[in-house]
Each structure stands twice: as structure tokens, then as C-alpha cells.
Design a protein around this ligand. Structure first.
Ligand SMILES: Nc1ncnc2c1ncn2[C@@H]1O[C@H](COP(=O)(O)OP(=O)(O)OP(=O)(O)O)[C@@H](O)[C@H]1O
Length: 329
């Protein structure tokens, strides 16, 4: 089911949480809302869910105006950062809950509920844990139960608010891959809030970058990463060096786009290696430049770093760069 939000504005007192936000999410897409803390991502998710009423603008689901419909009328599933499973219920009962509380004819038979819950549990690879309690599961497993529970009522839209935020890096990675796979199977239109750019770039069909209550840029992961329209997006999507700056313009370079040579080369500027930090396949070098030019961070494949050492003078040139007018940062 497609989602359209049009010119949404939302104030909390004098604070503007959302300003003129217009967004189209086509049916079946997985879209990431990406931005710093406080930029309005969760507020937009809550507006789509009907948990927050916008001051201005409209919300349409599948072309139908739901701006004033309650959350229960929208057919939306929600998964939050902190898995709110019922502690006193087994995994099976947690997933079955939304089906059991349905009223009258909408309530499936016990056999249908059982079959559906077990199918969902096998989809999230937790059928073996049906009789366990949440306290007997890891954080990642609990989050998968939360997702199965949200899917049980067959939502037309799935909203995920930092669903893996509380988990450690390895589990996050595993759940990312798994969520992407699940989405490929189910195609439920999904909106996913994160402040982790890698997470967004890896799993989303489209990325919407938020900055201070506004949409800064939107596009495919490739679009926003390779063609950031502003210094804000460039900086938010990865580490950035200020190569050159003046009153009007600023040139930014990614650490892996800096080329280092022990010998002078055309276009290369002298710098001194201040620190070499090598863990894993990539080495990080800190470089200082003469005068008051900002220092640089360069990333090299670990096998290339042997040629360089702390204190050495090197010559640095960018292999790719982006220039922005200073007002856009
Ligand atoms: N009910 C509320 N009352 C007052 N201010 C609020 C309320 N809800 C959100 N805000 C403010 O609106 C701003 C946007 O909040 P929101 O939660 O949408 O940001 P976010 O981008 O999701 O941030 P985070 O990544 O930290 O969750 C924040 O400054 C927040 O303090």
C-alpha cells in the first residue's frame, strides 16, 4: 500500500519538529528515514501511524485520506527499538495476541491462529522457540518475535523505529540482512527510521535524509551516497575531510579518496603523518598540513600502509571531491 504525506507541518510549542514534509512511498518499497537525533524522523513515523496529528498537511494510504483516522483504522504494524513483548506470555502467545483480541467474525479460529503463528515463527526462524518466554531469548531473537507479532495482523504498512538500535554490532548486521530478505519475500510497504547511515544504505530501496525537520534529499542509496546534493548530506553519509574552504565554497573529500605518495606529484600538497591506526583491512592515517589548513584523515588498504610511517612527509591529492557553496552546509 502506497503512503503519501503532503506538506506536513508539526510544532511542539514553539519548536518546529516537521516543516513542509512531502514524501511518496510506492507500494512494496522499503524506505529508510535517515538523519541526526531530533531531526523529526520519529515524529513523521508517528504522523503516518496516526499517533500524532499534524498541524498542517495530509496523509494518504493507498490513495485514501487518513489524516483524521485513528491508529486502529489504518492497518499499520509497528516495531520499536525497545521490544515491548509481554513478559508473562510465551513467544507463541505474544505473536498470537493481535489475532486473539480480534472481535466477532474478524477473529480467526484457534486452529487458524495456530497455523498462522507457526508460519510466522518459521519465517523469522524462531519456530523452535514457540514455548519459550521472552526472558529466555537474546535481544535479536526478541526483536524478531516483535516483528512476527507486528506481521501477524497482516498490516498494510510496517513502520520500524530504530528496531535494532539497542543491539550490538554483530547482531544488528545479522538482522539487517535478515530484514532485507524478509522484505523481499513479503513486500509489505515499510518505513524504517535509523540514524545509522550504513544500515540505511545497505537495506533500503530509497533513503530520505532529514535535517532539522525538513527533507534534505531523497533517492536510491546510490543517488544519495554518490551524488549528495548538499554538504549536510555528504557529511552525514560518511566521513568527510575539508580539503579547501573559503568564504564562498568548501571542497570535501572522503578519506578513501585521498591518494598518498612519498614523492611530490602534480596537484599533490605536502603533509606530515601524525598517526597511523591500523585495525582490520583498512588503515587510518591522520595527516597535518602546513599553516592553518585543517588536518586530514586518509584510509588506505592495510597492505599499502607499510610504505608510510609516523613523522614522514608525504604528498596528498584527492582522487574524487565535491564542492559546495558554504551556505548549503
Ligand atoms: N511530544 C513532544 N513534545 C515536545 N517535543 C517533542 C515531542 N515529540 C518530539 N519532540 C521534539 O521534536 C524533535 C524531533 O523529534 P523526533 O523524535 O521526531 O526526532 P528523531 O529524528 O526521531 O530523533 P531520534 O533519532 O533521537 O529519535 C525533538 O527535538 C524532540 O525533542
Amino acid at each position: 500500500m502506497s503512503i503519501d504525506v503532503t506538506q506536513i507541518g508539526k510544532q511542539f510549542g514553539t519548536f518546529t519538529a516537521l516543516s513542509d514534509v512531502t514524501l511518496h512511498v510506492p507500494d512494496g518499497q522499503l524506505v529508510a528515514l535517515l538523519g541526526p537525533s531530533g531531526s523529526g524522523k520519529t515524529t513523521l513515523l508517528r504522523v503516518i501511524a496516526g499517533l500524532e496529528t499534524p498541524d498542517t498537511g495530509r496523509v494518504h494510504l493507498a490513495g485514501q485520506d487518513v489524516t483524521h483516522a485513528g491508529p486502529g483504522e489504518r492497518g499499520i504494524g509497528f516495531v520499536f527499538q525497545h521490544y515491548a513483548l509481554f513478559k508473562h506470555m510465551t513467544v507463541f502467545e505474544n505473536v498470537a495476541f493481535g489475532l486473539k483480541v480480534k472481535r466477532g467474525a474478524a477473529r480467526p479460529t484457534a486452529a487458524t491462529i495456530r497455523e498462522k503463528v507457526m508460519r510466522l515463527l518459521s519465517l523469522v526462524q524462531l519456530d523452535w522457540a514457540a514455548a519459550r518466554y521472552p526472558s529466555q531469548l537474546s535481544g535479536g531473537q526478541r526483536q524478531r518475535v516483535a516483528l512476527a507479532r507486528a506481521l501477524a495482523v497482516e498490516p498494510r504498512v510496517l513502520l520500524l523505529d530504530e528496531p535494532f538500535g539497542a543491539l550490538d554490532a554483530a547482531v544488528r548486521q545479522e538482522l539487517r540482512d535478515w530484514l532485507r530478505q524478509l522484505h523481499n519475500e513479503l513486500h509489505v510497504t515499510s518505513v524504517f527510521v535509523t540514524h545509522d547511515q550504513e544500515e540505511a544504505l545497505e537495506i533500503a530501496d530509497r533513503i530520505v535524509v532529514f535535517n532539522a525537520g525538513r527533507i534534505e534529499q531523497e533517492g536510491t542509496p546510490g543517488d544519495v551516497y554518490h551524488h549528495p546534493a548538499s554538504a549536510f548530506t555528504y557529511r552525514f553519509l560518511g566521513r568527510a575531510n575539508v580539503w579547501q574552504t573559503d568564504a564562498r565554497e568548501q571542497t570535501l573529500v572522503r578519506p578513501h579518496d585521498l591518494h598518498l605518495s612519498p614523492e611530490p606529484a602534480p596537484g599533490a600538497v605536502p603533509a606530515q603523518i601524525v598517526r597511523v591506526h591500523q585495525v582490520g583491512p583498512t588503515a587510518r592515517l591522520e595527516l597535518s598540513r602546513a599553516g592553518d589548513l585543517p588536518s586530514l584523515e586518509a584510509h588506505l588498504p592495510a597492505r599499502d600502509v607499510q610504505a608510510f610511517q609516523v613523522g614522514q612527509q608525504v604528498y596528498v591529492s584527492p582522487t574524487a571531491q565535491q564542492t559546495y557553496s558554504v551556505t548549503s552546509s
